[in-house]
Write a protein that binds this ligand. Structure first.
Ligand code: NAD
Ligand code: ZN
Length: 350
């Protein structure tokens, strides 16, 4: 088969790779029909994720067709159209039973990152992928949901919802600020609205992304590269501060911005992956009773989000801005990496 292989920092190629094989009884082999690229893939390519070693097939988002199943797979049949969760999980170990799929105990010795495709196991930017624990790591797709809509459920929608909206405890009427209107921030915006947030402020420095945010349910947009941005957000809360600030960038500055926007007793839901340490202003957090949450996505809300996508309650198709064939995967990466010029959100490879 052909696959996108990581060869070390700055190097990748779309090249021949051995076809994946069933290794354990719970495995399935899936033909990848649609995949996409995540900001995390760019981090890996820069060398920011040293656990990912040269030779690895990248990608953790995908929709495909089951072509082979191991003897321990009971809920799927060959030919079935499936969504590939970015996290593989057994579904029955103590951590999975408590919803912590990203810390499944099924494979000994693997850390959270080992549960994400395209990290310690081969990923979805390939013609075929082996999916461990297929019964729990794959979701059957209903006819009314397109591949393009479904692929947004592999990672970005559960991430924005679980780590932003649910962890942040968004309640009806809340004022929510989402810092970073990339695919993950937009997913948080779309799902915060479903939880009844009264005001959803999208904050970014990119005018196109702010414009896009309105289409996902943001009620207000604020350009944080402009002077007075903080006052502008505060004015939407009568000076009180926001109930929930969702950080969806992954920079020390944007974390500080989130803390500064939260009202006394408010919550900061950190979704961004921080490559460098962030100073925690404990005195300020203490005196203002601010709670902070963070974590790796679990994708245990995927079945519920899938129902909402099927009922057109989440505009999942809107994330897709560009489409490429598998042979054009290098162009797809280039378009995605230059998002501020190309206005790309999610690039579809199909
Ligand atoms: P992205 O890079 O596409 O989007 C980030 C957005 O932040 C961009 O629109 C950019 O213009 C904006 N931005 C950058 N600097 C800013 C600043 N100083 N002020 C305001 N806005 C700024 O990223 P994405 O794919 O949407 O992912 C967002 C974050 O979520 C990343 O850190 C990613 O690694 C993380 N993530 C976390 C999980 C998890 O499990 N917690 C899962 C997936 C992704
Ligand atoms: Zn498990």
């Amino acid at each position: 088969m052909k696959a996108l292989i990581y060869h070390g920092p700055g190097q990748k190629s779309w090249t021949d790779a051995p076809d994946p094989k069933i290794l354990h009884s719970g495995d399935a082999i899936v033909r990848v029909d649609t995949t996409t690229i995540c900001g995390t893939d760019l981090h890996i390519l820069k060398g920011d994720v040293p656990a990912v070693q040269p030779g690895r097939i990248l990608g953790h988002e995908g929709v495909g067709t089951v072509i082979e199943i191991g003897p321990g797979v009971h809920d799927l049949v060959v030919g079935e159209r499936v969504l590939i969760s970015c996290i593989k999980s057994c579904g029955h170990c103590p951590n999975c039973r408590s919803g912590l799929y990203s810390h499944c105990l099924g494979d000994e010795g693997q850390s959270g990152i080992g549960w994400v495709f395209g990290h310690l196991i081969d990923g979805t930017q390939a013609e075929y992928v082996r999916v461990p624990y297929a019964d729990n790591s794959l979701y059957k797709l209903p006819d009314g949901v397109s591949d393009v809509e479904a692929v947004m459920l592999s990672d970005i929608l559960p991430t924005g919802f679980e780590i932003g909206v649910l962890a942040g405890g968004v309640k009806p009427g809340d004022v929510v600020a989402v810092i970073g209107a990339g695919p993950v921030g937009l997913a948080a915006i779309a799902t915060a609205g479903l939880c009844g947030a009264g005001t959803i402020v999208a904050i970014d420095r990119d005018a196109n992304r702010l414009q896009q945010a309105l289409g996902f349910g943001a009620t207000d947009t604020v350009d944080s590269s402009e002077p007075g941005w903080h006052e502008k957000v505060m004015s939407l809360t009568d000076g009180a501060g926001v109930d929930v600030a969702i950080e969806a960038v992954g920079l020390p500055d944007t974390f500080t911005m989130a803390v500064g926007l939260a009202r006394p007793g408010g919550r900061v839901a950190n979704v961004g992956v921080h490559g460098t340490s962030v100073d925690l202003p404990l005195q300020e957090l203490w005196i203002r009773n601010i709670s902070i949450t963070m974590g790796l996505v679990n994708t245990n809300t995927t079945p519920m989000l899938l129902k909402l996508v099927a009922r057109h309650k989440i505009p999942a198709g809107k994330f897709a801005t560009h489409t490429f064939s598998f042979d054009q995967v290098m162009d797809a990466y280039d378009t995605f990496a230059r998002a501020s010029e190309t206005k790309a959100l999610k690039v579809i490879i199909a």
